[in-house]
Design a protein around this ligand. Structure first.
Ligand SMILES: NC(=O)c1ccc[n+]([C@@H]2O[C@H](COP(=O)([O-])OP(=O)(O)OC[C@H]3O[C@@H](n4cnc5c(N)ncnc54)[C@H](O)[C@@H]3O)[C@@H](O)[C@H]2O)c1
Length: 476
């Protein structure tokens, strides 16, 4: 008989841990779900009475939290106690790219994973199933196994013997549609070698997902499949972005090209939108992981192939910044530029690896005054990437030398006043509804609109006397 799960502990209350556990709690009212985190501020935000203050914005998340929180879903910093009580532990902590030491710039930093394994080793009681939910380099389960096995001799003396099973259960949710993805996933992937443990985990998902969608593989296939899925998705974005520039140079239109190729069922129509380059915490990190793995196995051609996907992404961002500067007569010093959107995509407040960071930095470097708008992003996150929000006078001063400055507004209309250009970086739906007559009246001439997402009504912009450049379509 496989173990019946009554109590879950999830280590890490982030973009994955929070929504994933909320949906499990929502669909499994018979299971107690404890989400724990070392970050007290984040836990407090998950427990906020005002659901607009949750640390993560995801459409539909607030309703699920309202249904489950403090019934069978709990957020706290009580890590030790909740590890001890758990039948099953999900490790959902961050695994960013290493910034120093061996593998810096490529390998994932596994220090948080290792710490979790050590905490589980110390505080787990009896038999515990440990799940890798974080995205991890292939064969990380081996490291976790070793740490847990060592603990059997160290911590089991005079007590009930501790035993562990380790499974890989990578998360495929996409930010911005996380709740829908979790409620109705394309598949759930479980990698492992112990059938009873796999069945225990499957049973949780079977509360709302049909068995046919729950895939069982070995541990290493599961770990590699997650990296591969993200690499393929990122590759499609870089591929279409290389076509976007060909379109701009030849008079083709990338939307028409995407549509024409997407109707081929072998290609499919998803992930074919040209844009300012992919962002988010995962694509680049997981590609780098694949590059590192390939290099460490001596597969340099494979490493180079995947590395090129990242190179193209960086190039797309740089070419957009350069193009904006060129169109504004080769200088943006002292010019006011509105940045529309700072999150890496619509419907999320996540700014990690957002293309807005690089494009803003490039424009600041050239002395621009940026006024940034985003409906969900916290100003502190922008500050983290662009430096302090200097309260310098934002008046137009063409003599201004040196590094530019930025300010933030959540009032879209404020962004138009005296702007030389507006740059659409995130595809928030409100940007496609901009009233161009109002924007145009308030902007300086020649007023430019740079649409890096292809969501703006071109005719309206032109009708109101502004100039427009659209990714994959060029100056129109
Ligand atoms: N964000 C996504 O869309 C996404 C999708 C699929 C997979 N993933 C993967 O999931 C993992 C988590 O990503 P995320 O975006 O949720 O990260 P995140 O940074 O939002 O959250 C991680 C959380 O773990 C906490 N933490 C760190 N060490 C801890 C410990 N020892 N005990 C308890 N909590 C601890 C941190 O304080 C943080 O709140 C990563 O490996 C990522 O690659 C992310």
């Amino acid at each position: 008989m496989n173990k019946k799960i009554k109590n879950i502990c999830c280590l890490g209350a982030g973009y994955v841990g929070g929504p994933t556990m909320a949906v499990i709690a929502f669909k499994c009212s018979h299971i107690i779900v404890n989400v724990v985190d070392t970050n007290q501020q984040r836990v407090d935000a998950w427990n906020a009475n005002d659901l607009n203050k949750l640390p993560i914005f995801e459409p539909g998340l607030d309703k699920i939290i309202a249904e489950t929180r403090n019934k069978n879903l709990f957020f706290s910093t009580k890590i030790e106690k909740n590890i001890s009580n758990a039948d099953i532990i999900f490790i959902s902590v961050n695994t960013p790219t290493k910034t120093k030491g061996l593998g810096a710039g490529k390998a994932s930093d596994l220090k948080w994973i290792e710490l979790c394994a050590r905490q589980v080793a110390k505080f787990a009681i009896g038999h515990t199933i440990v799940i890798e939910k974080s995205t991890l380099p292939v064969r990380t389960a081996e490291v976790i196994k070793q740490i847990l096995n060592e603990s059997q001799s160290k911590y089991s003396v005079d007590k009930e013997k501790k035993t562990f099973d380790i499974l890989s259960n990578p998360e495929f949710l996409a930010e911005g549609s996380a709740i829908q993805d979790l409620l109705n996933p394309d598949r759930v992937l479980i990698g492992g070698d112990n059938k009873k443990a796999i069945d225990s985990l499957s049973e949780i998902y079977e509360n709302w997902i049909v068995k046919e969608k729950i895939l069982h593989t070995n541990l290493w296939s599961s770990e590699l499949a997650k990296l591969t899925a993200n690499a393929f998705l990122a590759q499609r974005i870089s591929s279409i972005n290389t076509i976007s520039v060909l379109c701009e140079k030849t008079g083709a239109n990338v939307k028409q090209v995407s549509k024409a190729i997407g109707l081929d069922h072998r290609i499919g129509n998803k992930f074919l939108d040209a844009g300012p380059g992919f962002g988010g915490s995962c694509f680049q990190k997981d590609l780098l992981n694949l590059v590192y793995l390939s290099e460490s196995l001596g597969l340099n051609e494979v490493a180079e192939y995947w590395n090129q996907v990242i190179e193209i992404n960086n190039w797309q961002r740089k070419r957009i910044s350069k193009l904006i500067i060129e169109k504004l007569f080769g200088t943006v010093g002292g010019k006011k530029i509105g940045i529309l959107g700072f999150s890496f995509k619509a419907n999320t407040n996540d700014t990690r690896e957002s293309s807005a960071i690089q494009i803003s930095r490039d424009l600041l470097e050239e002395g621009a005054f940026l006024i940034i708008h985003d409906p969900k992003v916290n100003i502190k996150d922008i500050e983290y990437y662009l430096g302090p929000n200097q309260k310098r006078d934002m008046q137009i001063d063409s003599e201004t030398k040196g590094y530019g400055c930025w300010s933030f507004t959540d009032n879209l209309e404020k962004i138009y006043q005296d702007s030389d250009a507006l740059v659409v970086i995130t595809e928030w739906s409100k940007y496609s509804q901009i009233k161009w007559d109002i924007a145009s009246k308030n902007m300086r001439r020649p007023g430019w609109v740079f649409d890096t997402r292809g969501i703006i009504n071109i005719d309206e912009v032109k009708k109101n006397g502004l100039k427009i450049w659209v990714v994959g379509n060029g100056e129109l």
